[in-house]
Design a protein around this ligand. Sequence first.
Ligand SMILES: [Fe+2]
Length: 322
Amino acid sequence: MEKKYLIKAYDPEDWLFDLNDGTEEVHQFIMPEGPRMKNECSDTFYKKGDHVGYHIHKKGCETFYIAKGSAEITIRGKRCVIGRGDMVHIPPNTSHGFTFLEEGTVWRELFHDIDMSGSTINKNWIKDHYPGMYEEPHFRSWYLDKVKNFQRVDPVHVKSVTKDEMWEVRPYGYGLSSFVFDKAVLKQKVGRWETDNVHEIWMAVLKKGACVQWNRPYNESNLFMIAKGSVRFRVLDEEFTAEADNLVHIPPYTKFEAEVLEDGTEVLDYGCTARLLDMLEDYDALISTDAHCFEDAQKKKEFFEKYDCYITGTNLVYSHCE
Ligand SMILES: [Fe+2]
């Protein structure tokens, strides 16, 4: 039963399947969900020196979390080095290519509007059944066009920058906006405006004892990735502890609560469909004007629902935004 919600990234028993196309080793955790194919999630392992050529996705977004190792990345003609804990968000029509600097570099991938596993499965099928066909340039170009992948020429003249200067990179510890509570700091890693309204991505840095709870049935699944520390989850009647490099995938309309077990626990909220940034900014503005404005529990509940937020911190006290 534990496997139903808890996915341990490095436990082969928790992979839906693994794919190896000869250059990449992919461990698939979650298949694309719903009409926007969101929450597709996998790890890709790279060897030192592996290279992903410069390309564009004409549709869909990729968000990478570097779980192990490091890479030199080229995006829109600029180049920098990123490492463990950094994130990269690639919107459509953004040229990107990567060279991996360490053996066993792990690229934890989140996609929407792409169906990455489907295209890799089809590519492997073609390679298995029609030897040589995929390597033929005209066919390869046609195939990649069908999966909305536009191949570029690796740039020769690139400008080296720091990762702080490349806006697609979200360095470890950085938030586009940050909101501070007594037991939590919420840092926005990817904005709704960067995902064609599909979701937001937030990092929560948490203290021991912080609790969150589902407060009404809602239609979206939740997807959390524990980057550091540990969290005890209760999903319906099942209890389990999620630790670093675990994913917790909770289906729609499913009651859950979570309690942080260690100071400094880091949780990425990958499946945030709430207008969380809008809500936190408005909460900050309202409570700064009237410190008592959310004392009425019903009024507070209605405020949360306005922003499609159906999870509340049951013991979090708001402090300020940064
Ligand atoms: Fe890509």
